[in-house]
Design a protein around this ligand. Structure first.
Ligand code: DGY
Length: 423
């Protein structure tokens, strides 16, 4: 079967009625950034269904604008922590944290490429105020001091749960002595050597209890949450999303461009302050220690996707990518393969992720490095051909890891193959 037909089959098989689960068993609900990538895939063969993905996602939006990272549209027993553990009292039930805010950028891409322009304009215009409310929430509640960067309170929010970037910050989180007992479900679906360690899970769950004790009040979390980092994935995705939100505002005449320009001005300089000249890449930042987190990750390239980087810095990033390419067979490993914490099979500690490859490649292409972008694109396709549409891949052997028949990996084959560079 061709890659394209197989990708369509997977998205259809993971459709649960207007929303796409990432993969059966391991992730049986709708996840925020997964939904964004899945919508791009649907766009290539069913535009109405693609727009519906966002409509179902925004059913989970909170009154304060926050878009949660999971919408539990209907009960499923195969995942932990489910709605009871989160206890957020929302209908439909949701988690209480967010995830990389890809929506505004993907809505713009979908609008620009839609064949059915009437449908696309109606849908994008209707989504706009909801996305604006979400971005205002980020600004108001995650960056109340207007630093230009947002505080992230949980590794799950970054999408890159067990990245070595969070190791020290997470190790400082005390395990809650009153933590209610729990049974992990992830390791019943996936080999434990490809998933986070138990000590990390205890802290993920302890942080969830902090959220609950703070009654999900973000301003209290700024004071009380023991895990406070700046995540390059969140802040670079948000910066680009704000650029695209301003574009949508102008396109539909909503008139919010000046407000959004103020946010962009602050985040432009603040993201660039995360650059490390000696290392030749950008670092995440620990807000508790007030110090950069000196671990190179695939997110270290995302200021290119954000569009904040300068030409000399982009040139350094190409050199950094080349040095990584000498150490692995397939780009882009999620952690610097020369770092002692690199583990090529364990989730975000080394494996290659198709969706990160797409964002990174898009950044390189836009900064005038089509060869780097194409190398990343070709590696992504080779991995899918070799090992199917897995959640992630071993950067040396190319083995498929984590969940199988994975929606966002399949979606990237559809969207990226047909339309390589969206802007
Ligand atoms: C998980 O359960 O592994 C997710 O990454 C949390 O959203």
């Amino acid at each position: 079967m061709s890659l394209e037909r197989e990708a369509i089959r997977i998205l259809r098989a993971n459709d649960r009625g207007g929303f796409t689960i990432p993969t059966a068993g391991l992730y049986p609900f709708q996840w925020l950034w997964d939904a964004g990538f899945s919508a791009l895939g649907w766009m290539k063969f069913d535009e109405a269904r693609a727009w519906q993905e966002f409509e179902r996602l925004f059913e989970g939006q909170w009154a304060n604008g926050m878009l949660p990272h999971i919408v539990f549209h209907r009960p499923e027993a195969t995942y932990f922590p489910g709605p009871d553990r989160w206890g957020t009292r929302h209908t439909p039930p949701t988690s209480g944290i967010t995830q990389p805010p890809v929506v505004a950028s993907f809505v713009r891409m979908m609008l620009e490429q839609a064949e059915d322009q009437t449908l696309a304009q109606t849908k994008a215009r209707a989504l706009y105020p909801k996305i604006l409310a979400y971005h205002r929430w980020f600004k108001r509640e995650r960056d109340p001091a207007n630093t230009g960067l947002t505080n992230t309170f949980h590794p799950w929010e970054t999408g890159a749960d067990n990245s070595p970037a969070w190791d020290e910050a997470l190790a400082r989180v005390p395990v809650d002595p009153t933590l209610p007992p729990y049974t992990r479900r992830d390791t019943s679906h996936v080999d434990p050597s490809q998933r986070p360690h138990q000590a990390e899970y205890d802290r993920y769950l302890s942080l969830l209890e902090v959220y609950k004790r703070c009654d999900y009040d973000q301003l209290r979390l700024h004071r009380e949450c023991p895990f406070r980092v700046v995540s390059l994935i969140i802040d670079c995705v948000l910066h680009r999303a704000n650029r695209d939100l301003a574009w949508l505002s102008a396109r539909f005449g909503f008139g919010d461009e000046a407000e959004i320009a103020g946010w962009l001005e602050a985040s432009q300089g603040a993201i660039e302050a995360l650059w490390d000249e000696e290392a030749g890449l950008y670092y995440n930042y620990d807000r508790v220690q007030d110090a950069p987190i000196r671990v190179g990750t695939s997110a270290s390239f995302l200021p290119l996707y954000a569009g904040t980087s300068s030409p000399p810095r982009a040139e350094r990033l190409v050199r950094t990518l080349e040095s990584w390419a000498e150490q692995v067979r397939y780009l882009v490993p999620s952690t610097d393969p020369g770092h002692p914490s690199y583990e090529p099979q364990r989730y975000w500690r080394g494996p290659v992720w198709a969706i990160m490859n797409y964002l990174i490649a898009q950044g390189f292409a836009e900064y005038g490095y089509p060869e780097a972008a194409e190398r990343i694109h070709q590696d992504t396709l080779k991995l899918a051909e070799l090992s199917g549409f897995s959640e992630y891949y071993h950067p040396t052997t190319g083995a498929g890891l984590g969940g199988g028949e994975f929606s966002w990996t399949a979606a990237m084959a559809l969207w990226w193959e047909v339309s390589p560079w969206a802007h």
